[in-house]
Ligand binder design. Sequence first.
Ligand SMILES: NC(=O)c1ccc[n+]([C@@H]2O[C@H](COP(=O)([O-])OP(=O)(O)OC[C@H]3O[C@@H](n4cnc5c(N)ncnc54)[C@H](O)[C@@H]3O)[C@@H](O)[C@H]2O)c1
Length: 239
Amino acid sequence: MTRRFEGKRALVTGAAGGVGRATVDLLREEGAAVVGVDLREADGVRACDVGSPASVSAAVAAAVEEMGGLDVLVNVAGIDQFRRFEDLDLEIWNRHLDVNLTGPMLMSQAALPHLRASRGNIVTIASIAGLRAQPYQAAYCASKAGVVMLMKSLALELHADGVRANTVCPGGVDTDLPMAAAAEHADSKLDWGLLTETAGGRYGFMPPRDIADAVAYLASDAAASVTGAVLSVDRGTAC
Ligand SMILES: NC(=O)c1ccc[n+]([C@@H]2O[C@H](COP(=O)([O-])OP(=O)(O)OC[C@H]3O[C@@H](n4cnc5c(N)ncnc54)[C@H](O)[C@@H]3O)[C@@H](O)[C@H]2O)c1
């Protein structure tokens, strides 16, 4: 087994979820010290609301103190709720922006001094919904498209400091997120044919480990020349 992260220190958000857990496991298997945070406290996962500046500052400070610095930040936390546009109220819209877009911004800002010190990097999970539109997901699509450009902007701005910023855009992944979104609105008047066609459901759901593998590549020294990249892991859905 390769040990690409021996001596590296990583902080992963959304660590109680499917992709977050797989990412924590893979980084640890390859030698990293990892602190995982999530809104839901779980086994070994610390509490943090990525949409709250105070919560983010406290979580980053605690992780850096415990690990003695930071080499890799992985922004995984996210939410997705299907809504017809006329049912998309401001609270749901704001919540998507808070978690999916402001969260990675706050985490990246709080981590930046530590990543500058280590010449480290950021990997953020967006979605194919940030590259290709999906019906009933206006808030999700807008937040994920925003985070793609946030990471590209950081890549340019931080290049001179040796800090890289990259994005992974998954298609459908076998986790609670798409299942919960679908279950919540099973009796709504959504056109499931339209949704399935554009959301890539026709290609089936990938294991979370496939996304963790892409994160690990981008976070590793093998990707030393890769910054501002948007890596789709979607079985071709966004083509
Ligand atoms: N599952 C998919 O099909 C799919 C497809 C494309 C992109 N993604 C993205 O992958 C990422 C991981 O999702 P997943 O599939 O593992 O879903 P998941 O629901 O299993 O995990 C998401 C995690 O984020 C956490 N979270 C939510 N709000 C938070 C907050 N304010 N602060 C901290 N943590 C918070 C949740 O508690 C949960 O543990 C998300 O950004 C999601 O948008 C998922």
